[in-house]
Design a protein around this ligand. Structure first.
Ligand SMILES: [Zn+2]
Length: 416
């Protein structure tokens, strides 16, 4: 449902000089919202991005005398990431994203459901119900835990074809861009991205809900699968599937790891902003860089940096958009920390070694000859809090220390 007609009518009367002061009548709606209300919301998540990851990205890409785009946002805080899991203290991406999306803590693996398995409304659904357009952009499968938690409700994050079906038939986000074509097509129907490619021979169509690409087209989505197709697309409903699974290969260094998405995150995000901002009612957009987490799981600092740089370039695209659209709330946050990453001086006497928790590098501080080493504690997630930065209407409520569920509450309060 759209309310733009009313807004436009009031805007027109204001333009004619018939302000609420002149008429003595309280205007029911105004073109300029209160300062704590956001017309548009953009959440950018660095999956697995802790404070040390942000510092690693900063040192390696802009150096000691500059700031990342994501560090330029004026509001800063940090976020506790505890799930409500009966067995595990440390969160996974599903419970963490569900906390951001719904404001409830839940068990690991839960997508858009509470600890008892009941569906909980998400920020994306709230925005949609306010008449706004909605979008999901990720370098992971579009049905992976983070985007899924904003736009579906399933008991188990692995149920990715059901998540895709819910996108199409229930939640109906307008723009869905990322990887994961294999979950949209049944076995034996390879689609645009061939089964068993050399980059990862295990990849093949494994959908369990029929041909969901055809279903999407029936429902009015324009389906694209490469950079040129995305650039040419002009539909208000877009489904872009740019890889079989993730849009990169996450491996240990030297074992076939690749970070070179067929469509860069910044380009997907720019297209999403172009498309969603046509809606006079505003939009809600989730953007995720998954490579930070996946490369950190492999203790691969080189490609953790590459994925982090891609996220920061995307934040730059978003900040350019915000200059022209200041009624936009922007939040940059990590869902949990991955790897127990530490930045250390180069030292021959420090422990080093093979396998898990080995040292990585040396790396060079950009613009200098200084070097540092990256050391890892684990190949899994840790319970460290994650940094958050934000700007725009409603962002003041995100300052300081809070639970990850507080991120939901602040965004919900800002949405109008
Ligand atoms: Zn992870």
């Amino acid at each position: 449902m759209r309310t733009s007609t009313l807004t436009l009518a009031v805007g027109a009367s204001l333009a004619l000089g018939l302000s609420s002061c002149a008429t003595g009548v309280d205007a029911p709606a105004q073109d300029v919202p209160p300062p704590d209300r956001a017309k548009n919301v953009i959440v950018l998540q660095g999956d697995g991005m802790g404070i040390a990851h942000r510092e690693l990205i900063r040192l390696a890409t802009v150096g000691q005398d500059a700031e990342l785009n994501m560090d330029r946002l004026e509001v800063a805080g940090w976020v506790h990431t505890d799930p409500a899991d009966p067995m595990e203290t440390v969160t996974d991406s599903a419970a963490a994203a569900t906390a951001f999306a719904t404001g409830v803590r839940t068990y690991n693996g839960a997508v858009g459901v509470d600890a008892a398995g009941n569906p909980v409304p998400t920020l994306l659904e709230h925005a949609r119900d306010l008449g706004k357009s909605t979008g999901l952009v990720t370098t992971s499968q579009v049905t992976d835990a983070t985007p899924a938690s904003f736009a579906s409700h399933v008991l188990d994050r692995d149920d990715q074809s059901e998540i895709a079906r819910q996108y199409l038939e229930e939640t109906r986000p307008d723009v869905v861009l990322g990887g994961g074509e294999d979950r949209w097509l049944p076995p034996g129907q390879p689609g645009v991205w061939p089964d068993n490619p050399w980059t990862d021979p295990t990849e093949q169509s494994a959908g369990t809900a029929g041909d969901l690409v055809a279903r999407a087209q029936e429902l009015g989505y324009e389906h694209v699968s490469d950079r040129a197709g995305l650039a040419a697309a002009n539909s208000p409903k877009l489904l872009g599937l740019f890889a079989n699974e993730e849009m990169f290969e996450h491996r240990n260094e030297g074992e076939g790891a690749i970070y070179a998405p067929s469509v860069p995150l910044r380009d997907m995000t720019a297209k999403a902003l172009d498309t969603l901002s046509r809606d006079d009612d505003g939009f809600f957009l989730l953007v995720e860089e998954e490579g930070i987490d996946e490369m950190a799981h492999h203790n691969n600092a080189h490609l953790t940096i590459a994925a982090g740089a891609a996220l920061d370039a995307t934040v730059g695209v978003v900040l350019d958009f915000v200059k022209a659209h200041p009624d936009t709330l922007v939040v940059v946050v990590g869902d949990h920390e991955t790897g127990g990453l530490a930045i250390e001086n180069v030292s021959d006497e420090d422990e080093s070694g093979e396998g898990d928790s080995r040292e990585d590098g040396p790396f060079t501080v950009a613009g200098t000859e200084l070097q540092f080493t990256v050391d890892w504690t684990t190949t899994d997630h840790t319970g460290a809090a994650t940094p958050l930065t934000a700007t725009g209407p409603g962002s003041a409520a995100l300052e300081g220390v809070q639970d990850n569920t507080g991120v939901h509450d602040a965004i919900l309060a800002a949405l109008h």
